[in-house]
Design a protein around this ligand. Structure first.
Ligand code: 13P
Length: 255
């Protein structure tokens, strides 16, 4: 089974939640619950929480990431953080292209591509998000949408660099809505993304790519979603803010 070729990755996306002291407390609570995980465990946190989170996670199997980074090394980009800055403080993961960035902050496929480039150039591992709106699914163009997002974001990325990319399929209609894609829907689109990557880089590279599902994944539905052949992990929003729920998902990915 090709699934065995891939490391499962469960990543939390805290979004705009948790102060540094709350971050520390939550990670302390999570550490013993996820210590035996047979998957990678990542928590992507707000920038201001990074130091508290890294300190709390030190010596554990929890890795820390952030939720975005800019494409320039430095410059007149008020309010932004560069991948050079993240590299210097030793943050290993960054989410790029989350639908909330696309929806509320003017992120486009082209700016996603630029951010991916900068992150890879600075040795960060990228969790690249793609996914369709409900209207697009209803129009039957989910595959076209995720293929285009994937292809543009990976423009200029080499096969060797693909090892530092995780793709998260997050249908926008399933995010924070409690409406999860069915396991079949998640698997179908994840497989389509892998097929698209295979067309770009060949089957061997595509078979090694971790493709997560994200969108209302929780302690109850994780087992079924993660059992799918092409679902290699999850990008978890709301349930990553609760230690018990998050650890159930980590355990489901460790089976
Ligand atoms: P929820 O798990 O809260 O639906 O969020 C998913 C998500 O957007 C993760 O990036």
């Amino acid at each position: 089974m090709n699934k065995a070729l891939r490391k499962a990755v469960i990543a939390g996306n805290w979004k705009m939640n948790m102060t540094p002291s709350q971050a520390k407390a939550l990670i302390e609570e999570m550490k013993p619950l996820v210590k035996d995980a047979d998957c990678d465990v990542v928590l992507c946190v707000p920038y201001v929480d990074v130091f508290a989170a890294m300190e709390a996670a030190e010596g554990s199997n929890i890795k820390i990431g952030v939720e975005n980074c800019h494409w320039a090394e430095s410059g007149a980009f008020t309010g932004e953080i560069s991948s050079v800055m993240l590299k210097e403080i030793g943050v290993p993961y960054v989410i790029i292209g989350h639908s909330e960035r696309r929806q509320y902050f003017g992120e486009t496929d082209v700016t996603v591509q630029k951010r991916v480039r900068a992150a890879l150039d600075n040795g960060l591992k990228v969790i690249l998000c793609v996914g369709e709106y409900l209207e697009q699914r209803e129009q039957g163009i989910t595959s076209e949408v995720v293929r285009m997002q994937t292809k543009i974001a990976l423009g200029g990325v080499s096969e060797a660099e693909l090892e530092n990319i995780i793709i998260a399929y997050e249908p926008v209609w399933a995010i924070g809505t409690g409406k999860t894609a069915t396991a079949e829907q998640a698997n179908e689109v994840n497989a389509e993304i892998r097929k698209c990557v295979g067309e770009l880089y060949g089957k061997t590279a595509a078979d090694k790519l971790t493709v997560q599902y994200g969108g209302s994944m929780n302690a109850k539905n994780a087992d079924e979603l993660l059992a799918q052949e092409d679902v290699d992990g999850g990008l978890i929003g709301g349930a990553s803010l609760k230690a018990a729920d998050f650890s159930v998902i980590v355990k489901a990915a460790s089976k």
